[in-house]
Design a protein around this ligand. Sequence first.
Ligand SMILES: [Zn+2]
Length: 311
Amino acid sequence: MAKVKQISPGAWSISLPFLGEDEIIGSYLLAGENELAIIDPGPASMLEELLASIRAAGFDPQEVTHILDTHVHLDHAGATGSLVRLLPRAQVYVHSKGAPHLADTSKVVASASRIYGDRMQMLWGEIESTPEERLHTIEGGDILKVAGRRIEVHYTPGHAVHHVVFFDAHSGELFAGDVGGVRLPGVDYVRPPTPPPDLDLEAWSDSISLVRSLRPDVLYLGHFGAVRDIPQHFGRLREKLSAWGDFVLDAMRKGKGEAEIIATLIEKTQPELQRVARDAHALQRYEIASNYAMTVQGYMRYWRKKHPERL
Ligand SMILES: [Zn+2]
């Protein structure tokens, strides 16, 4: 059962029970002035849980007017097309570079199917396309008037080339998607989620600087929940992003293959998490939020594509 929590006047966080685990994949709900907005609706496999959560927050899902996607990865935006089909008032807002992947999900489905094989349906559900007339492209600098709020859109590539954050300067709340990395409740540890295909460390670093310059009071992460020690949090994320990147680069230069790099990265970094985690279960939870195989694949592709001179 999904968990719903009011986080501020007119805002709720929703924990979608992905693979039976709470507080790994999060959506956010904003309500006001007869509008209802979902930020990052989550995977299509969690559609029923999302709708139940909206009801649990006291709303009829049919009232949803806006779907704001920080980026189009399946754990954030997979349910978008299904929601548009079910909810007649819902309009979708996504960065122009992500929009084609929502308008036609066949490429995303094909590449995810290659990775997940017969676990595809169980993990991600039926990934439906969004009709063009319901799809609105946004860019950094745009202002969205949503649910009685003035939401600033800021372009934050790095994790994905089509990543944006949504900032309410009035309340100080910043809906961060994956630009703030993975930090699960109750565990004082930040993991860099670095999947292929468009990881870009320089762009990500600039995006962190941009987010910090906005001076938000709170970040709401996709994985998962509120972060208030923002300078320290981003400091640790930066450190991990570059340390893990250097580790993968070094291993590639030594001629190691993907499987070996994954194994050695786990060996090197898992003790860091074990030291701060309260139980062994935390390792599994971080692995669900951002697994080591994708992390290494993302870095390997980044080095080959962006810095072949360093290999
Ligand atoms: Zn992502």
